[in-house]
Design a protein. Sequence first.
Length: 88
Amino acid sequence: MHKNEGLGDCLMAVITAQEAAFIWRLSRNAVSDACRRGALRGRKSGQTWLISIFDMLSYQNGHYWPDRIPDDLRLAFESAIVKLRTVP
């Protein structure tokens, strides 16, 4: 995970395509392809796709995977869920 100041801010918490793939139980290529197609918002840093937790949850319409979330990301995911519920 790429840590940013204020990890609780889901807009700043960023994970790699590999980490998203682990949580979603997909291949890294499937996540990278979604980013390349523009279906999943992400940005590339070198050869690595980076995805905000907020965009990850938005892509799946707020679907949450509590059994697959690493402990150090739990607060960011919970914050993103709250933000998703307040966005019109």
